[in-house]
Design a protein. Structure first.
Length: 148
């Protein structure tokens, strides 16, 4: 999966913790989902201003494409954007990059299918209109597949 970083406006730094590293010195494969989650929550807080008290979000599916290992000493950033919006579900793409002396090097890509969720009713609900509009406005209407 070749990602074009110019399609992404949002990126956030990710801190690699010693406990993230496995016995051979790489970030453990399971920790990538935590990195994606941290970046996704920052995106929702900083850009979309999603009101999690009013409308929750659950993960329906996650995919990870491991391209290059991440090591403890690496400096990494995670790019995030919305790529598809349906009625109650939407897709978030993540790209983890390593900062090198030659620029950014893509290490990992992933997709998370998110579902707008009402915890009180215990069911999926339509994506709230303000959050939907902010995702579309921020992440370029031409880059988002609208399946509504």
């Amino acid at each position: 999966m070749a990602e074009n970083l110019s399609d992404y406006k949002y990126k956030t730094p990710i801190t690699i913790r010693f406990s993230d590293i496995d016995a051979v010195g790489h970030a453990n494969n399971a920790i990538y989902l935590t990195y994606f989650e941290e970046a996704r929550l920052s995106y929702w807080r900083d850009i979309i201003q999603w009101d999690m008290q009013e409308h929750g979000v659950i993960v329906g599916r996650s995919e990870v494409n491991y391209l290059k290992p991440i090591l403890l000493q690496d400096k990494i950033m995670c790019y995030v954007r919305t790529t598809r919006i349906g009625n109650s579900s939407f897709d978030i793409m993540h790209v983890l990059v390593k900062i090198t002396e030659h620029g950014e090097e893509i290490c990992t890509t992933g997709k998370t299918v998110c579902i707008s969720y009402d915890y009180k009713a215990n069911r999926s609900v339509p994506i709230p209109k303000p959050e939907r509009q902010k995702m579309i406005a921020y992440d370029e209407p031409g880059l988002i597949l609208n399946t509504n």
